[in-house]
Design a protein around this ligand. Structure first.
Ligand SMILES: Nc1nc2c(ncn2[C@@H]2O[C@H](COP(=O)(O)OP(=O)(O)OP(=O)(O)O)[C@@H](O)[C@H]2O)c(=O)[nH]1
Length: 714
């Protein structure tokens, strides 16, 4: 039965659970940050730093767990803030970076690529569609988005680096090069604080700019309000005095003169009239209007709101702007003063002030010079004055296209003639509205300067870091490469030591490796020497063994085994080349008697003596002489002259028979019988058959009385 490894199953379950717990924690952090720690950098544009936890989960956790963290981080954006477009941006960031990581692009590169190529344009479009600002300003407002994205990503990298390399969160499919790690580390350690400072500076400078612009607009407003109030007060005062004069002057004939004098006294006054209590025109001034009066005697201004207000409230009234008609063709504002006696309202004095004269041009010019546009409307929102560049028509109803929902800035924003303006407004004592407007890009003037300055420093720093990182990495990597080359035998230790002096650790490691390598080399040398010696010994033992295994210990001739091998090889050669040869068996006659008579030692001595005789007479290189067994010898002669062989065998037999062997004072003389096979034509037989043929010839010699040589030729 197969055994189940419970320990490994358990580990897997625990690890999986652990990953989900980490994922849930990161998701919770992302949710809390995006729900409660939203930062507004420029106005109400929210920056969500929860994405740092999402990016960390993308780095350290499986993709499906990271997706859960992403969902948790986006929930507050959609549910609480309705910022679905920003949620989309974060979603796109997640998937784009995941894709880049999938194709083996380093996280930092993926992060920078995304925010520069995709993030910035998308963020600008989001700002543009939300705020309808010009694109350049949208890009600027989008910058904090980009910076926050980069800061979040780099925070994720830092935390990821702090995780133990051996942990399950640091599964790096491709090991990075050391130079890349150093470069990344240096870039992050410079970029992260730099981006935080840049973000802070953008926030600070845009905030300060808005406050100072606000002050500037308020001051302009005050100035305009003061000047127009003074101007109107003057007119009201003049009319009130005129009304008092007319009331006091009992002689009606003089009334026209008084009116004429007042009308001519101020260039601002286009015309003046005096009415009765019912609104009927009694007098008109100056002369050109007085001349028209008889034709206009039926004219009654009781329908005018300012007449009714003056009559009811019995105070001077400043009318809304009135388009030219009636007495004059000019656009005017009417200012009235009631003529009040003990009987009550007896009529009014009214002056028509030319619209152009209602604002103090010198004040307006001063304000406009400082990049501020001005709009003045009456209580009914008719335009009394507007700066020329706003392209508005006098007396048109002023439509204030205010977009309060997108309250991006501290100052409210409105669109005039399709352009964005930040503005402040004020309700003057006369019920008029004064607006001072300025362009939003002024907010970014300082930021722009900071930004360009910072970017210059940033680019310089990055170049410097790249150079330094390269230098540092190559300083550290070179000794490692040296070690690798040294171990492979491609480099000498001298240079190694010199270049390892980059750090204490590197020096120690190099020294240890060199020593270890030296030890290994010495050991290998010693081992080689020992192996060579042992091999030599073995070879000599082997040859000795071979010699012993092939030699007959008594006679020193080849033994039967050696003969079989050698004779077989020789026979094969002769057979292939059709070279004739002779095979001879020599057997000592009546050898048993020697043993029986003189003892075994004597027999041995005889064997040695006869072997020596045979060996001494067979000295050719091609001769094979062996003891074939007991008292029997075998000879193999290869030669083309067969006649010689028989004779040579006979002379061997002759020599043996003449040889006297002395043993213990006894002389022993022996003869031998020989069986010879001469092979000249028939090479078909096997060696064993040839031996058998020789044996038959030997027995023939024995049968014929011994001391004989019998031969056969085939
Ligand atoms: N001393 C000694 N005797 C041996 C050796 N090898 C064989 N012999 C003896 O040689 C004798 C051979 O005897 P046989 O085979 O009867 O032959 P033979 O006495 O020589 O008679 P024929 O061959 O018929 O002439 C035996 O007595 C063996 O014991 C040896 O190495 N040393």
């Amino acid at each position: 039965m197969k055994k189940i490894d419970f320990s490994s199953i358990n580990t897997q379950v625990v690890n999986k659970r652990f990953i989900y717990i980490i994922g849930a924690s990161l998701g919770t952090f992302a949710f809390i940050f995006n729900a409660f720690f939203v930062v507004n950098i420029v106005g109400d544009i929210p920056i969500y730093f929860g994405s740092a936890f999402v990016l960390l989960s993308l780095l350290a956790l499986p993709f499906h767990v990271a997706l859960l963290v992403l969902s948790a981080s986006l929930a507050p954006l959609v549910i609480f803030d309705g910022a679905s477009s920003i949620a989309w941006l974060h979603g796109v960031q997640f998937f784009a970076i995941a894709l880049l990581l999938y194709v083996q692009i380093r996280f930092l590169t993926a992060l920078l690529l995304f925010w520069l190529l995709i993030g910035l344009p998308i963020a600008s479009m989001i700002v543009d569609s939300n705020l309808s600002l010009s694109y350049q300003i949208s890009v600027f407002i989008a910058l904090p988005f980009v910076l926050s994205g980069l800061i979040s990503g780099m925070f994720a990298i830092l935390v990821y680096w702090l995780l133990p390399v051996s942990s399950q969160f640091r599964q790096n499919p491709v090991l990075p090069k050391f130079s890349k790690v150093v470069l990344e580390f240096n870039l992050v350690s410079v970029m992260l604080p730099f981006f935080v400072v840049l973000l802070f500076l953008i926030w600070r400078s845009t905030h300060d700019s808005q406050i100072s612009l606000s002050l500037e607009l308020d001051n302009a407003l005050e100035e305009l309000n003061r000047s127009s109030t003074v101007l109107l007060d003057d007119k009201v005062h003049a009319l009130t005095s005129t009304a008092a004069l007319l009331l006091n002057e009992k002689n009606i004939q003089n009334h026209a003169n008084i009116l004429d004098t007042v009308a001519n006294a101020s260039a601002d006054i286009e015309s003046m009239i005096v009415t009765d209590e019912a609104g009927g025109i009694l007098l008109a001034a100056p002369a050109q209007y007085a001349a028209k009066l008889p034709n206009l005697s039926q004219l009654n201004i009781a329908f005018r709101a300012y007449f009714q207000q003056t009559k009811e409230r019995k105070i001077p009234i400043i009318s809304e702007a009135i388009r030219g008609r009636g007495l004059g063709s000019l656009d005017i504002v009417a200012i009235t003063a009631p003529i009040l006696s003990e009987r009550g309202f007896e009529g009014l004095v009214q002056a028509a002030i030319k619209i152009d004269r209602l604002v103090d041009q010198s004040v307006i010019n001063a304000v406009q010079n400082s990049q501020i546009a001005v709009i003045v409307t009456d209580a009914m929102d008719s335009i009394i004055y507007s700066s020329p560049r706003l392209d508005l028509q006098k007396l048109d109803a002023f439509q204030k296209n205010q977009d309060d929902a997108a309250n991006t800035f501290l100052l409210p924003k409105m669109i005039v003639s399709e352009k964005d303006y930040l503005y402040r407004s004020l309700l003057s004592p006369a019920g008029w509205k004064i607006y001072t407007l300025t362009e939003p890009r002024r907010i970014f003037k300082d930021t722009n300067m900071y930004f360009i300055f910072m970017i210059m420093i940033f680019v310089q720093s990055i170049i410097l870091i790249a150079i330094l990182s390269r230098g540092l990495a190559s300083n550290i990597v070179r000794p490692l490469r040296n070690l690798e080359a040294f171990i492979k035998g491609k480099k000498l230790p001298d240079k190694l030591i010199a270049e390892a002096k980059v750090s204490q650790e590197m020096f120690l490691v190099t020294e240890s490796v060199i020593n270890a390598q030296k030890l290994t080399m010495d050991f290998q040398k010693e081992l080689k020497k020992q192996v060579e010696e042992k091999t030599k010994e073995l070879l000599s033992l082997n040859s000795e063994l071979l010699r012993v295994s092939r030699t007959d210990s008594l006679t020193g001739l080849f033994n039967r085994g050696a003969f079989d091998t050698l004779a077989h090889e020789a026979y094969m050669y002769c057979r292939r080349n059709k070279k004739s040869f002779t095979l001879t068996l020599i057997d000592i006659d009546y050898f048993k008697n020697v043993n029986d008579t003189h003892g075994h030692n004597a027999g041995d001595q005889c064997l040695v003596n006869i072997a020596n005789i045979i060996a001494s007479m067979c000295r050719r290189d091609t001769d094979i002489v062996a003891r074939y067994g007991g008292e029997e010898f075998v000879l193999f002669f290869a030669s083309d002259k067969p006649g010689e062989h028989i004779e040579h065998i006979k002379s061997i037999a002759q020599t043996v028979s003449e040889h006297v062997i002395s043993h213990n004072d006894c002389d022993i003389q022996l003869t031998v019988s020989c069986g010879v096979v001469r092979v000249e034509n028939d090479f078909s037989k096997e060696m064993i058959e040839l031996i058998s043929l020789a044996d038959q010839q030997l027995y023939l010699s024995k049968d014929q009385g011994r001391n004989q040589v019998n031969s056969i030729s085939i």
